[in-house]
Design a protein around this ligand. Sequence first.
Ligand code: ADP
Length: 430
Amino acid sequence: MRYYNWKTELLRIVMPLAAASLLAVTLDLGAWPVLLVTAAVCAWLLWQLQRLSDWLYRGAGAEPPEAIGMWGQVFDTIYGMQKQAAGDRDQLQAIIDYLRSSFASMSDAVVMLDRYGSIEWCNDAAMDLLGLRREDDSGLQLLNLLRSPDFVAYYEAEKYVAPFDMPSPINADIRLSISISFFAEGNRLLFARDVTRTHQLEKMRKDFVANVSHELRTPLTVINGYLETFAEHGGDNPRWDRAIDQMLRQSRRMHHLIQDLMQLSRLESLPQANEQELIHLRPLMEMVRDEVISAAQGQRQIDIECDDSMALKGQAAEIRSALSNLAVNAARYTGEGDRICLRWYQNDSHAVLEVEDSGIGIEPQYIPRLTERFYRVDDSRSLDTGGTGLGLAIVKHVLLRHRAEMKIHSQPGVGSTFSCVFPPSLIAKV
Ligand code: ADP
């Protein structure tokens, strides 16, 4: 296709003007021929402009007017761009239709929201699980339809790292796991999955552990009682003394195990306590220190470093249990003469409750799994110490309930530091 530039167009104007000038000079007609040609050129240009304007006004799709030179080129180029844009739009629409049809067939609810939180589209499952109506609710604010305060708080906080669990707004027996993500410019995509079955199984597991622990406690108390009596009064046969002693130790271990299991179940099932106590850490640390000194085998040096200007808002019994578990561990995995330090201090804006020991330490590869139930770095070693394998799981749950997190630093042969980091909102200045 020939490409026209301004020179061709200039020639188209200059040539008639030159001819008119020649005519005017030859026939002595004055400026009239030049004026007439100039007027004709202006009229032609205006006419082309008018045609362009009319064509654009008619909208995309209409055939462009026929024109010569640069004007024809302008019409054709705009027409080409219109066709390209229409093609791109069709392609985009096809992608959107494809995505919508795949979302539509999903069993999870999918809701597309614009940047203002209004519903753009939702699939069939969203109608069944969230009670939305595709046609009627389109354009409405999602928060006007899903009004549970917890969901509103989750939605507005815009921290969608972890999914949010809630009952379905149309059937409280259905449990939903909601996850939200951002796409494009502030638009949101909401997924809701039916997790009722998983939820029920999890509840059954918790109930089972709680019930079994509870049921085992009574027979074990009876066995323990008799064994203690036998151990106290002894028997005629010294061979029995050793057996009774071993039975007594094992039944005490089982007793601790059941106590820890019951405590874990309680921590898992209790709702977050609304009322918070003001916990002064020094008396608590002193109590735990005395407990550890009397339980530890051999001498330990236990220091307390406590910032008394600061108290913690939380559940005293739970914090005591967490600190006690960490301190007892420190005593278990240290030897005669080792040093243990209990600390309470402020770090940046957070408060830290810490137990440091100069004990055997832990290899780095084991650290991420320490808070799993019954996880032990070295089974034989932990069994010797009388641990249940549940101590750090209990600490983790206590911290979860206080929106705190645990940090573990350890070096084999040098020692370990277990730090519980509490959020600024739980600090009280005293
Ligand atoms: P246990 O009752 O076996 O101590 P925990 O859940 O309290 O169970 O701890 C899990 C594992 O973490 C322990 O078996 C032990 O191997 C390791 N551990 C915990 N605390 C310490 C510590 N202070 N020093 C070294 N190892 C530790």
